[in-house]
Every structure is written in structure tokens, then in C-alpha cells.
Write a protein that binds this ligand. Structure first.
Ligand SMILES: NC(=O)NCCC(=O)O
Ligand SMILES: [Zn+2]
Length: 541
């Protein structure tokens, strides 16, 4: 009698709390049974995991892809490309962004902004499920009346699309919102049980620094990081915590990179504030050295040879390329090497709740594509750092890099920690647990990854030994991690019970990703403690 579609035998099942040898049976897209031994005759297909770890599929809760409103300009990956790249690296759910369409007004304004995105992605082949956060850069009515309108707008976007998180920016010209508007946003997100995601950098200091560096003729990619030093992030993080504690609103800092920011987050957590944080692999693995090199032969003030790496065939990558530093430009910027230790420690000690990729892919070699890093040379822009598109690809590499450089190098103390920050916590934080981020029989979607065994004598011809762009399966034409050495990589990625990535090959016919409506966060719940009781809102009993 056949009961299961797929049976995985001889693996070590890893959750955020346990790691134990067991078999796992899947049917109808769900995990059905986990038991010490399950008979192969009960399944249509049996996979021998050969002693390897089996983890829940990753959830990458910070992914920017091409979307109708193009807030971040043209990026190289559509949702189809991003989900394909995700599954090639063991991620089985991505959370991307719908941007507020400010031409839409009234109670349904945000819901309509999400609708156009969902309709656009419905036309694409999706390799895994995706959900959406809302990027908000304008409060429609900046007044007391504005917060009641925003309250209704959030209620509506949640009811219609299960969007339960909002991202705001404290930097970027055109996107930066005032402290007043952040308070208004927090009032409404708190009331609706939304997660407030904050990009914390002091935009006014950055503006001042950019103008000053340009005045001094310091224009190359490297100066992007100089214009946004670590204190810029530390100050904004501290300020956002002050605003959040005034409003008794839980907050989540995205893409945290600076030791000062880590310190204030840790202190706030110790005081019992509901402060959560995300970091990204690039902040633990790249350094400001990677942003060096200059773009014209005449300019010599940044005449530093970039750390060279080999590609898959032993060839040195990009030696002598004078604009190469732009590949690693993102915000917050990649920091000096000594900051990396703080990032890894924060992942392991719980300061960081989750790891996201901040996948935001712009072309590099395809210089003439809209949105290429080379658009910094359009017109009179002359390649100046202020015009280099901010962002880099990473949805594919997030899980494998954390496995190889975190777990295998003992910077993450256990595979349980690996699963917690990459899979389970993102699901709890963003309202999709236990459907996602876990392997609970009868409950969780059968989204999982079978890795290669760590200590096998068997040679696997399909096991990659270095990061290459071909491995990424994205549409972008580079990875900032080219040449990084690998001991492990996902061997199988299974999404809703179907194998979508098998030993280096994408299986398109099994792609059945869809839009995922989320619930409210299980973590971001207010404490109902007010710093000043006068601020307690009238709706709160
Ligand atoms: N991080 C970055 O440089 N680009 C993506 C947009 C953002 O998340 O701030
Ligand atoms: Zn951001």
C-alpha cells in the first residue's frame, strides 16, 4: 500500500530545538510522519539522505525584486528569477516588498498597492511561495486624523492580502520619513499587530557627508561606506528605540551592520523592550576592502588592489577592474573587517532574531541594462559613489554561507541555531509559523532541504566546492561571494512536497509557488507598558 509521495531515509532531522536521526514521510504537500524507521514500500519515491542534515526550507524575509512601481529602479531579478535562485540555495519562502503607490488615496490605498504586485507576479512561474511586506514612505495625512486613516489602511491590507509588516526608511532621499511620521506609523502598526521594520541610518548625516566628500573630490565606491559610518546607524537605531518605547511598539531593525547598533539593540533587549533585529551574511563575510578600486585611471587616491578571489576554474576574478568595488555597494555599507566578529556573535547569542539576505540585484557586467551599477556613469554622473545603485544579490547564498561559514566554522554553535535564525524565527516573526519554518507532522508544509553529508567518504560529483555565478540560478550577472570556498550546499530542495532542486538541477515542472497570505507576528506583540501613561492610546483598555 502506498501512503506517501516521498520518503526520506537515513537523515538527521534538524529543528530549532532538536537534531535526531529519523525518517520523514511526505504527502499532499505536507510533512506527514517522522519516525525512527519508515518502510520504503509505503512511498512512491524514496530518497537516501545518507546521514545528512534535513532542515526546514529557509525563509528569506528580505528580498527586493522587480516590482511594478520600481521604487528601487530596475533590478535584475523578477520574482520568477528570485524564487528560482532561492530554491537553488535551500530557501523555500521569500518575503519581498510591495511599495506604497502614493497616487492612491483613502482606506484601500495600501491594499491596491499590493494588488498590482500580486497580479503581476501571478503571471510568472514561481519556484516557491512568497509573501509581501509593505514599504511606506509617506503618511497620507500627517496629523492626528492621519493615524486613524493609516489604521484603516493597515486593517484593509491585512484583511485583503495578509500583509502584516511595514518597512520605513530613516534615510534615502525621497524615502526618508520624519520622526513624527514614524510615530504615526508606530501608532497604527501597534494597534493592528503589525511588525514595524526599520532601515536605521541617519539620512541627514549621510547627506552632509556625501556633499563634504564630493567637495573634497573623494568620489569612488569606497567612499560610499565612508559617508555612512557605523555611528550613523547607531544613532538612528537608538532614536528608533526611543520612538518605539514611547509608543510601546515592538520594532525590528533590518540589515543591521554596525557594532554601535548591535550594542543599543542588545541593551534595549536586556531592558525588556520588544526590539528584534535582522542581519545579513554580507556583514559577516565581506569588508570595506571589497568596495575598493577606482573607476578612472587618473584617480589614484583609492589605488588599492581588491582582495582577489578565484572563480570556479582557478581564474582570478576581476583583477584590474576599476569599478569592481561597486559590486559590494549596499546600505548600510559593508564595514571594516573588525566588525564581522560582532555580527557573528550577535547571530549566535540571540541579539539577531533572523538572518535575511537583502537580495537587491543590479547588473554589473551588463553595463547597458537599466539599473546596472554602471548607471552611475549616465550623463554627467561620472561614476560617483552617490549614484551607484545600492544593493547586491544574495537570496541563493544566504543559507549555504551560514552553513559553511557559520555552523561548519563553529561561529554558530549548533545546527539548531542555524535553523532558528534562517527558518523558524522568520516564520514566527512574520506570521507564517508553523505552516512554514518547521517540520511538524500533519501541520507544516513539506518545505525542506536535504544537505550533503558533512563527513562522507562518498564523492558527490554534484557537490560544489566554490561559489560561482552559475550556481546562483538568478538573472543577475554576478555574486559578491564569487570564489568563496564551500564544504556543503543543498542537495535537494523540496517545496510543498515537490522536488524543485535536485543535485544541481532546477526542476521547472515542479514549480508551484504562490502568494502566501500571512497572519500576525507571534513575536512582535506590545507589552502594554507606557513610558508616559499620557501616551496610552484611547483604544487601549
Ligand atoms: N540595502 C540596499 O542597499 N538596498 C536595498 C534597499 C534596502 O533594503 O535598503
Ligand atoms: Zn533597507
Amino acid at each position: 500500500m502506498v501512503l506517501y509521495d516521498i520518503l526520506i531515509k537515513n537523515g538527521v532531522i534538524c529543528s530549532a530545538s532538536d537534531a535526531f536521526p529519523a525518517d520523514i514521510a511526505i504527502s499532499d504537500g505536507k510533512v506527514q510522519v517522522i519516525a525512527a524507521s519508515i518502510d520504503s514500500s509505503l512511498a512512491t519515491e524514496t530518497i537516501d539522505a545518507d546521514g545528512a542534515f534535513i532542515t526546514p526550507g529557509g525563509i528569506d524575509a528580505h528580498v527586493h525584486v522587480d516590482e511594478p512601481l520600481k521604487l528601487l529602479g530596475e533590478v535584475a531579478d523578477t520574482m520568477e528569477h528570485a524564487t528560482r535562485s532561492a530554491v537553488a540555495g535551500g530557501t523555500t519562502t521569500v518575503i519581498a516588498f510591495a511599495t506604497q503607490d502614493t497616487s492612491r488615496k483613502g482606506p484601500k490605498a495600501l491594499s491596491e498597492s499590493v494588488k498590482i504586485v500580486v497580479e503581476d507576479y501571478a503571471k510568472q512561474t514561481l519556484y516557491c511561495d512568497y509573501a509581501l511586506h509593505m514599504i511606506m514612505f509617506k503618511v497620507e495625512k500627517p496629523s492626528i486624523a492621519g493615524r486613524e486613516l493609516l489604521d484603516v489602511q493597515l486593517q484593509t491590507v491585512y484583511d485583503d492580502f495578509g500583509v502584516s509588516s511595514v518597512k520605513v526608511f530613516m534615510t534615502y532621499p525621497g524615502l526618508q520619513i520624519s520622526d513624527y511620521d514614524i510615530l504615526t506609523t508606530m501608532y497604527a502598526t501597534r494597534k493592528n499587530g503589525f511588525t514595524t521594520m526599520i532601515h536605521a541610518e541617519n539620512g541627514d548625516i549621510v547627506k552632509w557627508m556625501i556633499e563634504d566628500l564630493e567637495e573634497k573630490g573623494l568620489l569612488h565606491a569606497y567612499y560610499h561606506g565612508v559617508s555612512r559610518p557605523t555611528i550613523v546607524e547607531g544613532e538612528a537605531t537608538n532614536r528608533a528605540i526611543t520612538l518605539a518605547s514611547t509608543m510601546d511598539t515592538p520594532i525590528l531593525f533590518v540589515h543591521v551592520s554596525s557594532p554601535e547598533a548591535v550594542d543599543v539593540i542588545r541593551q534595549a533587549q536586556t531592558k525588556g523592550f520588544k526590539v528584534f533585529a535582522e542581519t545579513c551574511p554580507q556583514y559577516g563575510l565581506l569588508s570595506d576592502e571589497d568596495t575598493k578600486c577606482h573607476h578612472t585611471a587618473e584617480s589614484s587616491d583609492c589605488d588599492v588592489i581588491r582582495r582577489e578571489r578565484e572563480d570556479g576554474e582557478g581564474k582570478i576574478v576581476d583583477a584590474g577592474d576599476l569599478f569592481i568595488g561597486s559590486k559590494a555597494i549596499c546600505s548600510p555599507p559593508i564595514r571594516p573587517e573588525h566588525c564581522q566578529e560582532v555580527i557573528w556573535r550577535g547571530m549566535d547569542n540571540g541579539t539577531f532574531t533572523i538572518v535575511g539576505s537583502d537580495h537587491c540585484p543590479y547588473y554589473y557586467y551588463d553595463k547597458f541594462s537599466a539599473g546596472s551599477k554602471y548607471s552611475a556613469f549616465d550623463g554627467e554622473k561620472d561614476g560617483r559613489f552617490r549614484y551607484i545603485p545600492n544593493g547586491m544579490p544574495g537570496v541563493c547564498t544566504r543559507m549555504p554561507l551560514l552553513y559553511n561559514y557559520g555552523y561548519l566554522q563553529k561561529k554558530l554553535t549548533s545546527m539548531m541555531k542555524f535553523v532558528e535564525i534562517n527558518c523558524t524565527n522568520p516564520a514566527k516573526l512574520y506570521g507564517c509559523y508553523p505552516q512554514k519554518g518547521s517540520l511538524l507532522p500533519g501541520v507544516s508544509d513539506a518545505d525542506l532541504v536535504i544537505w550533503y553529508p558533512d563527513n562522507s567518504n562518498r564523492a558527490y560529483p554534484t557537490k560544489p566546492s566554490r561559489v560561482t555565478n552559475a550556481l546562483m540560478e538568478h538573472n543577475c550577472d554576478y555574486t559578491p561571494f564569487e570564489g568563496f570556498e564551500l564544504q556543503n550546499w543543498p542537495r535537494f530542495t523540496i517545496v510543498k512536497g515537490k522536488i524543485v532542486y535536485r543535485e544541481g538541477k532546477i526542476i521547472k515542472e515542479n514549480a508551484a509557488g504562490a502568494y502566501l497570505k500571512r497572519g500576525k507576528s507571534a513575536m512582535c506583540t506590545p507589552k502594554n507598558e507606557w513610558l508616559y501613561s499620557e501616551f496610552k492610546p484611547s483604544y487601549q483598555k
